[in-house]
Each structure stands twice: as C-alpha cells, then as structure tokens.
Write a protein that binds this ligand. Structure first.
Ligand code: NAG
Ligand code: NAG
Ligand code: NAG
Length: 173
C-alpha cells in the first residue's frame, strides 16, 4: 500500500516541507520477487495416447524429484478434465529458483509432444499467466478471465502441500 507522509528539511534558515509517497519495503519486495515457477504440462484429455504420454512424462519428472536432481520442485495432482484457467487436461510442477536451470533443461529435452506453459509466481497472477508466460511447444488456449490481477499476500509457493497423485490405476479414462 502506498501512503503519503510530510517530510521536512531545514534549508538554510527556512523549513522546506514536501508531501512524499512512502512505499513500504515489503511492497517493493513483492513487486520484485518471484516466489517460484510453474510448469503446466498439457494433454488432450480425450485422447488416450496423449494421456499416456503425459502420465509417463509425469513419472519421469517425479523420478528426478526423488533422485534430488530437481530437489526444489514439487509435482501436483493431475487434472484429467479442464479446470480453472486450463481448458485441457493438465498437471503442474512447481520449482524454486535453485532447481530452475535443471528443470528448464529437463522440460526442454523431455516434453516430447506435450505443450508446457512456463510462468513465474508473483502477486501479479494475470500478468504471470500472460505477458510473463511462455510456452515450450505449441501454445495452448487458456481462460485467463478467472485470474486475479493482484493476489496480494496469497501467492503460491512451492511448498510441501503439493498433492502426490499416485493412484492412476483407479481412473476411468
Ligand atoms: C490422439 O493423439 C495422437 C498423438 O498426438 C494422434 O496421433 C491421434 O490421431 C489422436 N487420436 C485421436 C482420436 O484424435
Ligand atoms: C521453496 O522455497 C520455499 C521458501 O524458501 C520453501 O519454504 C519451500 O520448501 C521450497 N520448496 C521446495 C519444493 O523445496
Ligand atoms: C510423439 O508423437 C509421435 C507421432 O505421433 C510419436 O511417434 C512419438 O512416440 C510421440 N512421443 C512420445 C514421447 O510419446
């Protein structure tokens, strides 16, 4: 939040006062800091070949996380149907900056036929998914109308709360 303050200086014998904007340092930090990165792997949820490729790829991401190669990444559950801004099947991998170079190389080399959306995580959710986003592979349409312009403090981090989806055998495809 921006607030105004009166700041006075003694110039010679006269007092000079100005009304200045005070931007608290926490706001500056919020503006500058990227809390993490998302890789959204898309697949055609109506096509079993596509689903299979996406699930196999997900297994290899999980193996790299477990082996420590991508130790500051977490993988989330699979959306087998469109959900939120995503109009296709999708799952997300969240990485902190320390694991970003390795993760980027891994996705570039191994995404196969799958499109991957890459974006930063800051309080500016809409911007992160539009101007600041990029695709590996062909771009995929999204519904960005439901995204927030400003998340304030509610920025996602690559925490331990990511849900591990292991029971894919019980799914009805
Ligand atoms: C499913 O996807 C595969 C691989 O992209 C493609 O070759 C195939 O034609 C698709 N099948 C259908 C039914 O769309
Ligand atoms: C990412 O960094 C945050 C903040 O330092 C930390 O709490 C979190 O555990 C890290 N996530 C992973 C997956 O290492
Ligand atoms: C990508 O698609 C091609 C053509 O459909 C297929 O031959 C190949 O196996 C696919 N790649 C992966 C990793 O599934």
């Amino acid at each position: 939040m921006e607030s105004k303050a009166i700041i006075c200086f003694l110039v010679g014998t006269s007092l000079l006062c100005i009304r200045a904007s005070i931007i608290p340092s926490s706001t500056l930090d919020d503006l500058l800091s990227i809390k993490g990165y998302h890789f959204h792997t898309y697949f055609d949820h109506r096509n079993t070949t596509n689903i299979e490729e996406a699930i196999n790829f997900r297994t290899s991401i999980q193996e790299r996380i477990t082996s420590g190669e991508l130790k500051e990444c977490r993988i989330n559950f699979v959306n087998f149907l469109p959900r939120g801004p995503h109009l296709m099947g999708e799952y997300e991998t969240c990485c902190n900056s320390t694991s970003l170079p390795a993760a980027m190389s891994f996705f570039i080399e191994n995404r196969g036929n799958l499109s991957v959306l890459f974006h930063p995580l800051t309080r500016w959710e809409l911007l992160d998914h539009t101007k600041r986003a990029m695709f590996l592979g062909p771009p995929v349409k999204m519904d960005v109308s439901i995204l927030s312009v400003d998340l304030f403090d509610d920025v996602d981090v690559c925490g331990d709360d990511e849900i591990e989806y292991s029971d894919i055998n019980n799914l009805i495809l």
